[in-house]
Design a protein around this ligand. Structure first.
Ligand SMILES: [Zn+2]
Length: 396
């Protein structure tokens, strides 16, 4: 158990979401296991009390590092729908959280109330995030990481609207925005060279998928590690399993024949039907799908005054582009408004497609180099476009 707590603490640190002195994991197996540099005895005893109240096996508390802590501070100041919750707008949130409850401190009854209905809670005092796992500390890690992602997206998305309505009278808001901005850096891709095409050998192909997965997590192009990767060879789609950790894909790749002769597809990623449809309809052989933050944020930014506002992610009627890349609507899954019906068609005209409020798909013919380069290019361009938009709106 300690090994697992160590592993997920390390992931939090690697993704720069927090530092070791600000993380505490508590898990219950045959006995209590405690790991992390956060030594506060009150927090610890409050967490241990929670194990008597909830059917869980692990709890995570972490004080996020900048810019995530600044983002939380700001959302706590002005981003609440009522006093008690923050409602993000991106797709990940719609799927995994409805909203994120806020409580004042580490009081165990308040924690219990918040966590009985949601996967994570924001503590004003800090700010900190508490999340839990019922079978594995991995769930606590995912909820924590997703909370950082969702609040980041909400903060930057809401700021677009704020800076559009001059004068921006809230000085703290303007100054904190500049401070948060100073932590934002473009993704560096100059040092990344993925294995070049080797389409004859199944094992080599698996290795290429594993390598690409590790790199897109390393580069922060997925949140927690949601997203998926696939390649197509000799009538078979090789794809990362549902909720597989993209930086640990060895043993977590499904091989699914496209003729439907196997039902393995069911355990494969929920986005498998979309990948398969792209392989059916185009000549691409390598697909990456990530959730890079600024692409997600800018995909939702639309100045059109349109009657279906609020339904855009499902049925946006406009032909929209971001960084010369088409943006399509589409929900997760295979329904009528599912991405399986919107993404493959868009690949007939582009080697990359952005899904509204969700993420980016990129495709290549020979190996993962081109889709990786495109994913980074689109994200960096989206970031640039974001700050240019803020600037032009503010000057006006
Ligand atoms: Zn996705």
């Amino acid at each position: 158990m300690i090994g697992l707590l160590k592993k997920f603490t390390q992931k939090i640190i690697n993704q720069k979401l927090s530092v070791s002195e600000s993380v505490l994991f508590v898990a219950l197996d045959d006995e209590f296991y405690v790991y992390g540099g956060l030594g506060d005895p009150q927090i610890k005893s409050s967490l241990i009390k929670l194990f008597g109240m909830m059917n869980i096996n692990s709890l995570l508390v972490a004080f996020p590092s900048p810019p995530y802590n600044l983002v939380l501070q700001e959302l706590l100041r002005w981003g609440r729908s009522d006093k008690e919750r923050i409602i993000p707008e991106d797709c990940e949130t719609r799927t995994f959280f409805h909203d994120i409850p806020v409580i004042r401190d580490f009081d165990s009854s308040a924690l219990y109330r918040a966590l009985s209905e949601r996967k994570s809670v924001i503590i004003e005092e800090g700010p900190a995030i508490v999340s839990y796992g019922t079978v594995s500390p991995e769930q606590a890690f995912i909820s924590f990481s997703s909370t950082c992602f969702s609040t980041f997206v909400k903060y930057f998305y809401d700021s677009l609207a704020y800076f559009k309505r001059p004068p921006c009278e809230d000085r703290i808001r303007v100054e904190t925005f500049e401070e948060i901005k100073s932590y934002i850096k473009p993704v560096d891709k100059t040092d990344t060279h993925l294995t070049r095409g080797a389409l004859s050998d199944r094992n080599a192909l698996m290795d290429m998928i594993i390598e690409a997965g590790r790199v897109i997590v390393e580069k922060g192009l997925v949140d927690s590690y949601f997203g998926n990767i696939s390649a197509y060879m000799n009538g078979t789609v090789y794809i990362s399993e549902t909720s597989a950790s993209l930086d640990e894909l060895r043993g977590a790749i499904d091989a699914v024949p496209v003729d439907g002769s196997s039902s393995v597809g069911i355990t494969a990623s929920s986005e498998f039907p979309t990948h398969r449809a792209i392989y059916w309809e185009t000549s691409y052989r390598f697909l990456l799908h990530g959730h890079p933050k600024f692409s997600v944020i800018m995909s939702m930014y639309c100045e059109k005054d349109c009657p279906i506002r609020g339904e855009c992610y499902r049925r946006c009627p406009e032909k929209r582009f971001l960084c010369n890349t088409p943006i399509v609507p589409g929900e997760i899954g295979t329904g009528r408004t599912g991405i399986v019906n919107t993404v493959p068609g868009a690949f007939k005209e582009s080697d990359a497609v952005i899904v509204f409020g969700h993420g980016v798909f990129t495709a290549g013919v020979e190996d993962f180099n081109h889709p990786f380069q495109r994913l980074v290019e689109i994200e960096n361009c989206a970031m640039q476009t974001y700050f240019n938009t803020i600037k032009s709106n503010t000057v006006r």
